[in-house]
Design a protein around this ligand. Structure first.
Ligand code: ATP
Ligand code: MG
Ligand code: MG
Length: 553
């Protein structure tokens, strides 16, 4: 295979490795911790890991990083599989880090044998104190640092056999207490935790720490490039140290990139879980959530998310990405692919007084002007319609081109109508707008060539179908809710209008809408059925994104 050209700093490394013969293939992994649903930040990591490997003819493993036994759940494992598949990726093999516990344990024993690990009796707080800090406070060796290999081995076995309580002892690597990198100052590699693991049950009461388990897991699988986020940069020396000390060949290389942050939302699984648990949202897949399943329910397509991830690229500097770029990506796609339909979200009655009583006309309309293959459909038109309440103004400002008393508008694809009078309810709210139509303007043009500036959409009252419409907006009102001002609480920045519910009247064809369908509700935005709450006879649509573009990429 000819080596493709690099397009970012990660690919630079890979190209170099392939050219110099350091590697003859590429194997990456996506290693989620199954403690929550994956979000758009994980999607970036997925696109990067799978996309990069694929570009170089390689593969990607899915590895559930389940070394933290108390927080994990099978529900999350299932959802992660589903979401990765939905994004359009296939993994080569599936593993759990817990599959490697025996091997990781054996490597810990080997560290002890080599005099590179010792059993620690200090408490967490004491250890912290002995360790010093990176502001200049030097470290002191633990009084237990020079235990003999035999003693360490005996104690480690006792730890494994359940002789000690949580926190009573731990196993530390003997690295470098003088290192300016705190991660190198004898990190803990095994801790005691008496709990039931979701896969290994009660087999273990000691568990490896991430810094020890991760390089070993990567090596066992033969990962060539271990791509992770920037906060692990300072852990890389330790990652390498373990593999070198253990004498392992063909060592995987850790490469860091900047995590994705997106405006008006947050990526912390812990806080997202809280929103779910406190019912601030409908669930992990609430269409306002930044989760992959939330975006799916909201109507995003896998291709739009992949496009977004490709546009943002990878960098070595943390930054905030404008959520409007994501909206731009889905809007661009749906503008090409979504059929146009008419839906009146905030309906008011319009009666055509000179329409023949009971007459129904079928109006032929184009499904998608951007797709010549999309065809046309027939929409029933009659003398009683619904239009949007804000397409009529009794006392309009200048340059208001929609419907007003004695004003004329075009009803999309149908006729010109002129408003003659209104009926109001007791509160003075307009209830019915009375119009006359021009029978010669059929199809939306008049033979005398007179100009009508405004075109509004409509549905026939007798044929319209009721639908609940959910207007989705950003979950937070603050650009970066992870950074609330001092003394404030992020909860106060939840957007109270993030989901506005309306009772709409929609054209009858929408009664047969399917879950995979995407629609442009003319003049309103892009919509899809809600996968949880929409039922035959009770349609629920989510607005994926509005029509207006506030982003210039
Ligand atoms: P969180 O802080 O949300 O719990 P995490 O990093 O602990 O995130 P993991 O499940 O461990 O979540 O992440 C799996 C992979 O996805 C890791 O390689 C991680 O670096 C990557 N990842 C997580 N969040 C982001 C993000 N915001 N941008 C890019 N990659 C991310
Ligand atoms: Mg985490
Ligand atoms: Mg993690």
């Amino acid at each position: 295979m000819e080596i493709p050209e690099s397009s970012n700093f990660i690919q630079d490394i890979i190209v170099n490795d392939l050219q110099t013969g350091k590697r003859d293939h590429v194997l990456t992994r996506f290693p989620p911790e199954p403690n929550g649903y994956i979000h758009i930040g994980h999607a970036k990591s997925i696109c990067l890991n799978f996309g990069t490997a694929k570009k170089f003819g390689g593969f990607t493993n899915l590895r559930f990083d389940d070394t933290n036994p108390t927080k994990e759940d099978v529900e999350y494992v299932d959802s992660i599989r589903e979401d990765v598949k939905w994004l359009g990726f296939e993994w080569k093999e599936e593993f759990f880090a817990s599959d490697y516990y025996d091997q990781i344990y054996a490597f810990a024993e080997k560290m002890i044998e080599m005099g590179k690990a010792y059993v620690e009796d200090l408490t967490r707080d004491e250890m912290q104190e002995y360790r010093g800090n990176d502001a200049g406070k030097p470290s002191r060796p633990s009084p237990y640092r020079d235990r003999s290999v035999e003693e360490n081995m005996k104690l480690f076995h006792e730890m494994r056999d359940g002789k000690y309580a949580d926190g009573e002892k731990c196993l530390r690597a003997k690295v470098d207490l003088a290192s300016p990198n705190m991660n190198m100052r004898d990190p803990v590699i095994y801790r005691i935790k008496h709990c039931t693991h979701h896969r290994t049950g009660d087999k273990w009461c000691i568990y490896p720490m991430y810094d020890f388990a991760h390089p070993i897991s990567d090596w066992i699988e033969g990962i060539t490039h271990s791509i992770c986020t920037l906060e692990f940069e300072a852990h890389r020396p330790l990652y390498d140290w373990f593999l070198i000390e253990l004498g392992l060949q063909n060592r995987p290389q850790q490469i860091e990139f900047a995590r994705l942050n997106l405006t008006y939302t947050m990526m912390s699984k812990r806080k997202l879980l809280e929103l779910v648990q406190t019912k601030a949202v409908l669930g992990w897949n609430d269409p306002r959530m930044p989760t992959v399943c939330g975006f799916r329910r909201r109507g995003f397509t896998p291709s739009s998310i992949r496009e977004f991830c490709s546009r943002i690229g990878v960098s070595k500097a943390d930054s905030m990405v404008d959520v409007n770029l994501l909206y731009f990506c889905i809007r661009e796609e749906l503008n090409q692919t979504a059929n146009r339909v008419m839906a009146v979200i905030d309906p008011v009655k319009l009666v055509i007084d000179n329409w023949e009583a009971g007459k129904v006309e079928m109006i032929e309309v184009e499904n998608n002007p951007n797709d010549p293959n999309a065809g046309t459909r027939k929409v029933p038109f009659s003398g009683e319609l619904y239009i949007e309440a804000d397409d009529f103004m009794e006392e309009p400002p200048k340059k208001y081109f929609r419907l007003k008393p004695e004003g004329e508008v075009r009803l999309k694809g149908a006729y010109f109508v002129t408003c003659k009078s209104v009926e109001k309810d007791d509160d003075g709210k307009v209830k019915v707008i009375h119009c006359v139509y021009d029978p010669l303007s059929k199809g939306g043009e008049s033979p005398d060539g007179r100009k009508v500036k405004g075109t509004i959409h409509w549905v026939s009252a007798a044929h319209a179908v009721d639908a609940e419409v959910r207007l989705i907006d950003n979950l937070f009102t603050l650009e970066d809710p992870a950074q609330v001002p001092e003394g404030e609480d992020w909860h106060d920045y939840l957007n109270p209008n993030s989901m506005v519910i309306k009772q709409a009247k929609v054209e009858p064809a929408l009664a047969d809408a399917k879950l995979e369908d995407r629609f442009q509700f003319m003049r309103q935005g892009y919509f899809c059925l809600d996968s949880e709450d929409s039922k035959p006879g009770h349609l629920v649509f989510n607005r994926t994104v509005g029509l207006k573009d506030s982003f210039n990429p």
